[in-house]
Design a protein around this ligand. Sequence first.
Ligand code: TRP
Length: 337
Amino acid sequence: MATKRFLTGITTSGTPHLGNYTGAIRPAIEASKRDDTENFYFLADYHALIKCHDPALVMQSRLEIAATWLAMGLDPERAVFYRQSDVPEVMELSWMLTCMTAKGLMNRAHAYKSVAQENIDSGDADPDKGITMGLFSYPVLMAADILMFKATHVPVGRDQIQHLEMTRDIAQRFNHHYKDLLVLPEVVVSEEDAILSGLDGRKMSKSYGNTIPLFETSKKLRKLVMKIVTNSQEPGEAKSTEGSSLFEIYRAFATPEETAAMAQAYADGIGWGDAKQQLFEKLDSVLSEPREHYLELMAKPGHMEEIMQAGAVKAREHSVPLIEAMREAVGISSFKK
Ligand code: TRP
């Protein structure tokens, strides 16, 4: 029997990019192929409402992210693959946890604090400008996602470590006050080299606008690759792979042999134009098959709907019994007993 239960979610508020794939989706799909783990992967669509109030964008992103997981090879038979919004027990749990969460704990959450700090830095009179209760309470919803399924291991980026600490804190409080129903999860931080740099050299992230989407047409993909920042070194000059986004992205998609050959080419003074062409060809060859699959899936939303609904049925086999036990524990169960 599997003893480790992995769970992770992706917020559906944008178009999936190379960094989402190497940092989250690829390792998760690999893990789902092993027999010694159980895997829960979900579209964090209620999280999307924290930062995106455009219904068309949220809808589009949900479709795109679902199609990406499937096109990249996630077998829904080997994982519980579902939409957060299809598991209403998560929202119910979120409230129970909210009532067990110290406001002071949330005051310390980076996600909210960084916006407040920006307001202060820009001289705004109101440090809470633009901060909704959704943003403020976001770690509680994330805790509910994790605790609902008794996850033991949660793979996330570094920026999410604090949320895992908060999740443990909240779970402990609940267990201590009511009943030992919640499992304290461990954080699994993505490996450093799975985190890609973007076009401008900073971490590839939607919030920096420096991403390369996974499923652009070949033509657009080539254009974007040509935009990756390099330096002013000429062809013939030896180049360093250290800190080169171009090299980093290449390495994330190439075999170790190909990567060694590229490192040699850098040392031998490959021109930036040639290196970019090689990166483009690599990405295009790795992504062309999944791209076709992705486009097919995007053209058949009804088919994806069926997959997601089947996933929700599996997810709720876990969430319904736990929420019943929790209702009982907090004093909100049937009158007739
Ligand atoms: N907050 C996460 C992020 O922005 C996404 C997420 C939501 C998540 N719920 C989760 C990740 C539960 C892991 C487990 O990356």
